[in-house]
Design a protein around this ligand. Structure first.
Ligand SMILES: Cc1cc2nc3c(=O)[nH]c(=O)nc-3n(C[C@H](O)[C@H](O)[C@H](O)COP(=O)(O)O)c2cc1C
Length: 314
């Protein structure tokens, strides 16, 4: 009887030891994760201030002029934004942004100007990558204004629509429908000014004249912003972007294994095929997610192993 009790208490102690070891390992893992998170998302990030970001994607200056005009209007309304060209921006920092505005023109075959190719492809690849997930931009509210010409048919403002679609897919909250400006219609300035006023109203938490947006920071659901296109149009845009992407846009098999390239660490592949860096197969965002999955998968077998080891000691 005493032998049985002694055995029981011994095995209870060993089980307790196994559980304590497992929870210690888990805490260790969590602290590593927190450290990594702090590195990935520092609270004071030089690239990501509390200011909003106003991107312009422009080849011949039309979108840039409009973006500068919008910046002046935003500033006059005490709304603080940085004017940013995508070529000067690390797309991975998008996950830290809370407010993003984009004024973007569309060029040949529905593509962005070449110097926005990297940014555009990063968005496309990340949005298509199931490992990145739909939470990446969950803190980010955004709005997009397109500059294009209706004479290009289905490719009319394909870039603006593509940005909108991909940012929504990554969890971004669109606060206004995409507005599609037509440079050949003769009313671009007027259309832009109306859109800008709606935007200011939404950003200020007020209502919008047409009554569609009557609350603070109205969020537009995925289908709402389709003006003259369908979801099929967007899918065509995706294909066109990837097939006809400009500088920095070549997608190869390695990219398929590690999407969402970082400008800091990733290859910049130019149209001439020049490579100026090493490819990173897994970006920090994807790596953190994969590590979590591997750890959670191995946790039960780890506990079993510790239990077995404890029994062997008896
Ligand atoms: C060669 C060329 C190709 C174009 N392709 C498209 C297009 O596919 N879709 C579109 O909506 N607009 C297209 N446009 C119209 C441009 O978007 C328009 O000229 C716009 O004002 C350019 O803006 P940006 O000066 O900001 O670059 C094209 C214009 C040119 C000259």
């Amino acid at each position: 009887m005493r032998l049985f009790e002694a055995y029981n208490s011994h095995s209870a102690r060993l089980t307790l030891l196994a559980l304590l070891s497992a929870s210690t390992l888990y805490c260790f893992y969590k602290s590593l994760r927190l450290k990594r998170h702090a590195l990935l998302f520092p609270t004071t990030n030089p690239n990501s201030s509390s200011k909003g970001k106003l991107f312009f994607v422009s080849q011949t200056g039309t979108s840039e002029i409009l973006a500068r005009r919008l910046l002046r209007l935003l500033t006059s309304c005490d709304l603080s934004f940085d004017l940013v060209h995508p070529k000067d921006y690390e797309p991975e920092d998008l996950s830290k942004e809370t407010l993003v505005l984009i004024v973007a023109s569309t060029w040949e075959d529905g593509n962005p100007p070449p110097d926005a190719g990297f940014f555009s492809n990063w968005l496309a690849e990340s949005a298509d990558d199931f490992r990145v997930g739909s939470m990446l931009l969950s803190r980010c509210k955004f709005a997009v204004f397109g500059v294009g010409s209706r004479s290009y048919g289905a490719a009319f403002n394909a870039v603006a629509r593509g940005f909108s679609k991909r940012m929504r897919k990554l969890g971004g909250l669109q606060v206004l429908p995409v507005e599609e400006g037509d440079v050949d219609a003769g009313d671009l300035d007027e259309v832009f000014d109306v859109w800008s006023r709606k935007l200011i109203s939404v950003l200020k938490g007020g209502s919008v004249e047409n009554g569609v947006f009557d609350g603070s920071m109205a969020v537009v659901e995925s289908d709402a912003e389709t003006i003259d296109g369908s979801e099929e149009d967007y899918d065509d845009d995706d294909d066109a972007d990837r097939e006809n992407g400009a500088e920095g846009s070549i997608v190869d098999l390695e990219d398929i294994a590690g999407k969402g390239p970082s400008r800091k660490t990733k290859t910049m592949t130019t149209s001439s095929g020049t490579i100026n860096g090493e490819k990173e197969m897994v970006t920090p965002v994807i790596r953190a997610s994969l590590e979590k999955q591997v750890f959670l998968f191995s946790l039960p077998s780890l506990v079993a192993e510790i239990g077995k080891w404890a029994r062997d000691l008896e």
